[in-house]
Design a protein around this ligand. Structure first.
Ligand code: ADP
Ligand code: MG
Length: 461
C-alpha cells in the first residue's frame, strides 16, 4: 500500500473541514510513517503537538481515513523518540519510497533531494548550457575520448541560481538509470573536514577508525564524485594538494567528477595552477540570473508541481519582484501561499500577495505595535477601529487582550506606553489584559494556536 498517497487523500479531505491556519500547523506537518496492523502511524514534531492533535483533530483524521477505500481502520500519532517501537514497519514502508537510493559510498554524506530532477528544472537562456552539459554527463558519466571532454563538469554562478539543483538532478538521474554506480556527493567543506579528521587519526589502525585508509576508500572508491562549493579550498594548500591527487586518480580511471562553485576556477584566489588547469580541462558552464520569462516559468512550474492554482497577476507580481535569486523567489511564493491560507482565502489575490511580502520585507525594519495590531485584526477579523475603541464585546475585548499580550512580550514595551497606544488606557487595565492571556495560555490550546498563527503572520517564532 502506498501510505504517501493515502495520506495525501486524507489531508485533502481534512483541508475542507479544518480551518486553514490549523491545517497548516497541525495537519501539514504530519508525516505518514508506516502501517502496523490496521493502524496508520503518523509522525509529529513534539509531544505538545501530539496532544493537540489527539485532543482536537484525531476524530476528523479517523473519519477521513474511514471514508476512503482502505483496509486501515485507525490512526496513531507518535513522536521521533518512539520511532524505535516501529522499526521493522518503518523500514518496510520507507524503503519502498526510497527504493534505489542506498548504494551511496558513505552513509554519512548528505543525501540529495529527490525533488531536484531535470524535469523540475526550468530551462532558459541563463542556464541552458549548464542544463545541457549536466544532462549529457548524466547520460554518459565519465565518457572518455571524443572531441569534447565533459570531465570534470564545472558549474559556477551566484547563490540560488540552480547549481545544486542541477548536480542533484544528475544524482537522481543516475540513481534511476544506473543504480549500480557508486556516487559520492559532498560539500567541499565536508571533504576538508574529513581530510583533517583522517590526518588526526593517522595513527589509529583499528578497522573502524576514520584514518587515511578510510578517507581514501571514501573518496577514491567511487564512480562519480560530486563536490559542491569547491571555492572552499581557497587558501587551503593542504586540501588542494589532497584533492589534486584524488582528482588525478579518478580522472585517469575515467570516473566522472562534477564540481560547483560560486566563481570560475581562475577567480578562486590561491587555487594552485595545476588545479585550475585540471578544472578548465573539462567543461565549464555558468548559471546566471534568469530573465523574466524564465522566472514566470519557474513560478508556474512550482505551482503545477504542488497542484496549486494562483491568478496570473500574482505570478507576474512575484516573478517581477525577485529577479536575482530563485531561492528567494520560491521563498516569496511560499510566503504568499501561507499568508493566503492564514487569512482563509481560497487562493491568493494580488492584494494579499502584496501584504504577504510587505510583512516579510518588514523583517528588515523593526516590528512595531502597529504591525502587531494589524496582524491580530486581520487574523481575528476585527476592525482596527473596534480594537482601538472602548468597545467591550467579547470578540473585540479578546482581540485587544491578545494584541496587548503580544506587544508586551514581543516588544517589551512598558505597560503605560501600551496604554497610550490604546487611546490612553491606564496601565492596570493593560496589565489585566496581558495577565488574562498569560494565565489562560497553559490550559487553552485554541488560544495557544491563535497566538502561534499570529506570530506566524508576523514572521516570528
Ligand atoms: P545554488 O546551488 O545555485 O545556490 P539551488 O540549486 O539550491 O541554487 O537553487 C535554489 C532553489 O531554486 C532550489 O529550490 C531550486 O530548485 C530552485 N531553482 C533554481 N533554478 C531553477 C530553475 N531553473 N528551475 C526550477 N527551479 C530552480
Ligand atoms: Mg548550492
Amino acid at each position: 500500500m502506498d501510505i504517501f498517497n493515502l495520506w495525501k487523500e486524507i489531508s485533502f479531505k481534512l483541508s475542507s473541514v479544518i480551518n486553514s491556519a490549523a491545517y497548516t500547523i497541525w495537519i501539514q506537518t504530519l508525516q505518514p510513517l508506516c502501517v502496523k496492523g490496521e493502524v496508520l502511524v503518523l509522525l509529529t514534531e513534539s509531544n505538545t503537538s501530539r496532544q493537540t492533535i489527539e485532543k482536537v483533530y484525531i476524530k476528523e483524521i479517523k473519519k477521513a481515513l474511514n471514508s476512503l477505500d482502505t483496509p486501515l481502520k485507525d490512526v496513531q500519532v507518535i513522536i521521533e523518540e518512539e520511532k524505535h517501537h516501529f522499526k521493522e514497519e518503518i523500514d518496510k514502508y520507507q524503503k519502498k519510497k526510497l527504493a534505489p537510493e542506498e548504494p551511496i559510498a558513505n552513509g554519512n554524506s548528505l543525501n540529495p533531494s529527490s525533488k531536484y530532477t531535470f524535469d523540475t528544472f526550468v530551462v532558459g537562456e541563463s542556464n541552458k548550457l549548464a542544463y545541457n552539459a549536466a544532462l549529457a554527463v548524466a547520460k554518459s558519466p565519465g565518457a572518455a575520448g571524443g572531441f569534447f571532454s565533459f570531465n570534470p563538469l564545472y558549474i559556477y554562478g551566484g547563490v540560488g541560481l540552480g547549481k545544486t539543483h542541477l548536480i542533484q538532478a544528475v544524482w537522481n538521474y543516475l540513481r534511476e538509470n544506473n543504480p549500480k554506480l557508486k556516487i559520492l556527493y559532498v560539500p567541499a567543506e565536508r571533504m576538508t573536514n574529513d581530510f583533517v579528521e583522517a590526518l588526526q587519526n593517522s595513527n589509529m589502525q583499528s578497522k573502524d577508525a576514520f584514518n587515511m585508509v578510510a578517507f581514501r576508500n571514501k573518496y577514491r572508491n567511487v564512480d562519480v564524485l560530486m563536490i559542491e562549493d569547491i571555492q572552499f579550498l581557497q587558501n587551503k594548500a593542504g586540501s588542494q594538494d589532497m584533492f589534486f591527487h584524488i582528482f588525478n586518480d579518478l580522472y585517469q580511471q575515467n570516473k566522472q567528477i562534477i564540481l560547483s562553485s560560486d566563481r570560475p576556477p581562475k577567480e578562486i584566489g590561491t587555487l594552485e595552477d595545476r588545479l585550475v588547469s585540471r578544472f578548465e580541462g573539462g567543461i565549464l558552464v555558468d548559471v546566471s540570473k534568469p530573465d523574466i520569462e524564465t522566472r514566470i516559468a519557474i513560478v508556474r512550474k512550482k505551482l503545477l508541481l504542488e497542484n496549486i492554482i494562483v491568478p496570473d497577476d500574482v505570478i507576474y507580481y512575484v516573478a517581477e519582484r525577485f529577479d536575482s535569486n530563485v531561492r528567494e523567489l520560491e521563498g516569496a511564493l511560499s510566503r504568499i501561499l501561507l499568508y493566503a491560507q492564514l487569512c482563509n482565502l481560497h487562493t491568493p489575490t494580488l492584494e494579499s500577495a502584496k501584504d504577504a511580502l510587505q510583512s516579510s520585507s518588514q523583517s528588515n525594519r523593526a516590528l512595531d505595535a502597529n504591525d502587531i495590531i494589524t496582524a491580530v485584526c486581520s487574523y481575528l477579523k476585527i476592525s482596527k477601529t473596534d480594537i482601538m475603541s472602548k468597545k467591550k464585546t467579547k470578540d473585540v475585548a479578546q482581540a485587544r487582550h491578545i494584541a496587548v499580550y503580544l506587544i508586551y512580550n514581543i516588544l517589551s514595551m512598558p505597560l503605560s506606553n501600551i496604554g497610550q497606544i490604546f487611546g490612553g488606557r491606564d496601565h492596570t487595565t493593560i496589565m489585566n489584559s496581558r495577565d488574562q492571556i498569560t494565565s489562560r495560555l497553559p490550559n487553552d490550546r485554541a488560544l495557544e494556536m491563535q497566538i502561534k498563527d499570529i506570530k506566524g503572520i508576523l514572521n516570528i517564532k
